[in-house]
Ligand binder design. Sequence first.
Ligand SMILES: Cc1cc2nc3c(=O)[nH]c(=O)nc-3n(C[C@H](O)[C@H](O)[C@H](O)COP(=O)(O)O)c2cc1C
Length: 343
Amino acid sequence: MMLPYKRLLRPLLFQVPAEPAHKISEFILKRKLIWKILSQYYMVNHSVLNTSLSAIPLSNPIGLAAGFDKNCQYLDSMMRLGFGYVVGGTVTLNPRDGNPKPRLLRDRKNNSIINSLGFPSHGIQQVISNLEKERVSPLILSASGFTIDELVTCALKLEPWSDGIEINISSPNSEGLKIFHDPHMFREMLSRLNSNRKKPLFIKLPPYDNDKGQDQVLQLVNVGTSLGIEGVTIANTKPITEPKLKMGKGGLSGKPIFNDMLKMIKDVRNEVGAAIAINACGGISSAEDAILAIKQGATTIQIYSALIYEGPGVIKKINLGLKDYLNKNNLDSITQLANIEPI
Ligand SMILES: Cc1cc2nc3c(=O)[nH]c(=O)nc-3n(C[C@H](O)[C@H](O)[C@H](O)COP(=O)(O)O)c2cc1C
């Protein structure tokens, strides 16, 4: 019995503006017993889906993207929807309110979301106390900050609670992050992390845009690879202007960013070969989308908007589609699909 999301829950949630609707979803997701009971309907356990992200073993390649459970309050429920791993956060060192509202919109015609949240976070202390209560694995924690000190401290404090860290230098709603798009600052930040870290490190990249063309983003990938990062997540939301948001601009997610995401994966693979893992993130909502991303060179898939438009059953749908595709093509694993061995 899967929840009748598209027929019942989504029409109800879509009656409510996007940010309160997310709060309602969070309220439901915090009822952990429900998800414990429902998990048997969402889980897909097939060895053909087993893979790894750097040295982290995954039961399947589908991950929850950063930003859904920013304060790590219901990651256990998310895992029970059938994800192979979850990304919690983005977490900041100090509590932050984020940007003024309205700051979250749906564009239903295009199956997309536009946000200008600007990192609302309960801060690292509260997040760690949430993680203390409940260990979830495999767990990547997304960290950010506005100075090298702040970002490095945040990441290193989160590291013991995670299987790996994803550094968010790419939210378009926090101008201050752009300092890390400068290759010297980026190198300095990674060197500081490298002197102290023990776990895999992933960088969430910005998409190409007018500010940061392809060359600049690929330069960051090259710096990261030369300094031994384990992977990149391609990519964060696409900066756009949107007068309905209080900030007048925000980041676009969902279907409209899918093709750019595919191209970027291909470019990064061409640039660095199999040296790093790539987490594909941007408009993926079906097994067909996931297969295209893996064929371009993705190691794993991350989803956010598809959860809003397709509901919690989407993870199972993607996993079953992937499994069928592999079986039909006599492939033993998703790495054969990508033709790239996991690192
Ligand atoms: C409301 C919202 C909040 C987000 N917050 C974060 C965040 O805190 N950190 C981050 O790295 N990405 C964040 N993202 C970006 C997503 O992780 C993802 O990169 C983007 O939505 C593209 O994936 P999708 O098309 O599957 O949604 C956010 C996206 C949305 C829609």
